[in-house]
Design a protein around this ligand. Structure first.
Ligand SMILES: [Zn+2]
Length: 158
């Protein structure tokens, strides 16, 4: 089996493309990791508009894990993401710190879900701002609060 360093899930927004790829290169991931690029990044894991969206994204992750046995799964969301903004799950155009806090809450949910589905993998979450910085989200910090987020359906999608 071929071995990937990581499976990277991120958004297709062109505004973060250079930043994400530069960060992946600087951190030894680029060219060694599978990339799953979908609009909204983690959104369809944590608050899909349709069950099919969840199933499709989970299938993509499963394929990468089955084929390339990554050590890590990296979830990379970003500022002003239209995938989250389409139904104002996270409003677009917010102040950076407010936007980041909202994304941290959803990233925490995505991390829990991915850890449950892929218990052998390390799961890391990052946040990209539009000026071009990438920060890894530290869930030990008190900033992750208010994790009770309304969801349209349960997590028991099979
Ligand atoms: Zn986006």
């Amino acid at each position: 089996m071929k071995k990937a360093k990581a499976t990277v899930l991120t958004c297709g927004d062109y505004r973060i493309q250079e930043t994400v790829h530069r960060w992946l290169a600087e951190n030894g991931y680029f060219g060694k990791s599978d990339e799953i690029i979908v609009f909204g990044g983690t959104r369809d894991l944590v608050k899909p508009l349709d069950d099919d969206h969840f199933e499709y994204l989970l299938r993509q992750l499963e394929l990468s894990v089955e084929m390339h046995d990554p050590d890590e799964i990296l979830l990379i969301d970003h500022q002003d993401c239209g995938g989250y903004g389409i139904d104002a799950t996270i409003e677009c155009g917010q102040d950076l710190q407010d936007d980041k806090r909202c994304h941290e809450r959803f990233s925490a949910l995505a991390k829990e879900l991915i850890e449950a589905r892929f218990p052998d993998r390390a799961v890391k979450c990052c946040y990209v701002d539009l000026p071009g910085s990438v920060s890894q989200i530290n869930f030990d910090e008190a900033s992750v609060e208010g994790r009770e987020i309304e969801k349209d359906d349960d997590d028991d999608n099979d």
